[in-house]
Design a protein around this ligand. Sequence first.
Ligand SMILES: C[S@@+](CC[C@H](N)C(=O)[O-])C[C@H]1O[C@@H](n2cnc3c(N)ncnc32)[C@H](O)[C@@H]1O
Length: 280
Amino acid sequence: MLSYRHQFHAGNVSDVFKHALLCRLLLALGRKDKPYFVLDTHAGIGLYDLNHAWSEKTGEWRKGIARVFDRSDAPEALQPYLDAVRAENPGGGLRFYPGSPRIARRLIRENDRLALCELNRDDCAALQAAMQGARHTAIHNQDGFTSIKAFLPPRERRGLTFIDSAFDQADEFARVLRTAKEAHNRFATGMIAVWYPLMAPSAMAAFARSVQASGLPKTLQLELAVHGEDWNEHIRGSGLLVINPPFGLDLEAPQLLDWLWRALSPAGEGGVRCEWLIGE
Ligand SMILES: C[S@@+](CC[C@H](N)C(=O)[O-])C[C@H]1O[C@@H](n2cnc3c(N)ncnc32)[C@H](O)[C@@H]1O
C-alpha cells in the first residue's frame, strides 16, 4: 500500500537540505568531461505546485524553501540550488518547487543519463508530464529498491544512486542500508546518497553502528535538525549518507549546512553534523 504522497511535504526543511546537497553531488560529477549516470530510486512527481491543497494543508514549505528563496546572502555553494528553484518561478514569487528529477534534469549535461523510478502509478504519470521532453531521461513505474539490479552498474561507470525513500515502512533504516550495500556491490566506485529522517537518539546511534558495520567504503554523514533531540511532534530534521563522496565535500558542506541551519531554524534549535562515519 502506497500512502505517502510527497506533495504534502515538498519544499520542506528536509527537501531544502537534500536538494542543496544533491546539487553539490551532481556538480562534482560534472567536473570531469566523462559522462555520468544518475539513478533516482524514489523520484516523486518532479514538480510541485505549492498552492496545491495538500501543500497548503501542512504548510511545511513555509518553514522550508520560503525561508531561503528570497535570500541574497546565501553562500556560493548554495546558488545552484537556489537558481534551480528560482528557474521554476520566472515571475519572481515562490509557487513551484522542483523535486529531485527536475533538479537533476537541469544539472546533467548533454551526454549524461538519468533514470527515474516512481512506484505510485498516479505520481509516475505526473512525473512523466513534468519531465516531458527531457533528454537522456528514462522514467519507470517500478520499485526503486529492485531497480538497483536493473540499472547498476551503468555503462558510464561513473554516477550517483540517490535513495530517497518515503520511510513509510517499519525497518526502513535496514532496508535503505541493504539497498545502498547492494548498489555498492554492483558499482563499487559509484557515489551513493541515502536520505533518512532523524528519529530518537538511540535509534540514530543504532543506525550509525549498522552503517559502520556494513562494509561500505568511506561515508560522510551530513545532518540538519531544526528541533532538539527531545522533539517528537514530527521529524526534527534529516540526514544524508554520502558513500564515496566527491573530493572536498567534507570541507564545503559545514559552511553550507551552517548557513542553511541559521536560515531554517530561527529559534536556534537543533544543529548540523558533518562527520566521516566511515573513514578512508
Ligand atoms: C520522499 S518522496 C521522493 C522525493 C523525490 N526524491 C524528491 O527529492 O523530489 C518518495 C517517493 O517514493 C515513492 N515510493 C514509495 N515506495 C517506492 C518504491 N518502493 N519504489 C519507488 N518509489 C517509491 C513515493 O510514491 C514517493 O513519491
